[in-house]
Design a protein around this ligand. Sequence first.
Ligand code: HEM
Length: 265
Amino acid sequence: MKPMDIPTDVNVGLDDVMLWGVLPYVVLAVLIGGSIWRYRYDQFGWTTRSSQLYESRILRIASPLFHFGILAVIAGHFIGLVIPESWTDAAGISEHAYHIMALSIGAVAGFGTLVGVALLIYRRRTTGPVFMATTRNDKFMYVVLVGALLAGLATTLVNVFDPTVTDYRLTVSPWFRSIWIFQPDIAAMAAASFSFKLHVLWGLALFAIWPFTRLVHAFTAPLQYLFRPYIVYRSRDPQGVGAAPVRRGWAPVGTPDRDRRNIRR
Ligand code: HEM
């Protein structure tokens, strides 16, 4: 077999059918159904449970590192899993150039995310009040999250150092796209190398626990916050007269002068 070729003699067993044909839909049902359930029955618990009040020095570095890192990882996954190889071929990007780009940018993003999460966990363990506010649920979530990240980075290493590894754009990616048209290409995923299978299973585990953890905050991230003015200016004058001087004496009811004086009182 040439390196990077996909084996054509794949035996699709019952385990493959369960893992790559049934499990993704079970996970999707849990993710969507669980999120609706959580929103309806635990809306007050739908929060990051921020610990910024307890400690902000490490958080100021670790949180952006993790969040910007994971956004880059998500963008990389979108390109690698959603855009077919034939499209990048047609755009004149050779397979070799694509992989060099994907591996280098992906590795930096993945490593940055890992350092970010490592700092977050260190902070959580070493800052007393933050540790006290850490639940078993949080700890379990961190294990699954870090497991998915490590397994992802392992696939990158295997990609670089193992010449017999199968090309994920011919195995994992077609399988991923087939899920959304409800015709799971089980054989494609069954042909993927073990490292990819392990990583995808960690990823699925993370999506399955998502609705029941603090990670739900990602669905309701306040994006408008990024574009808010630092100081919110608000006119005291509903009529918009602004800095007009207030006249002395009585003012008729309903006139701007009258309202302005009422507000100041
Ligand atoms: C079912 C869902 C997922 C699939 C199909 C998938 C697939 C892949 C594939 C094919 C690669 C190799 C990319 C390359 O070497 O260029 C990869 C890498 C990676 N994955 Fe995933 N993944 C999934 C979920 C996740 C999740 C949930 C996380 C993080 C929490 C994650 C984190 C990573 C990281 C850090 C890498 C290393 C390279 C990079 O940064 O892109 N993956 N993944």
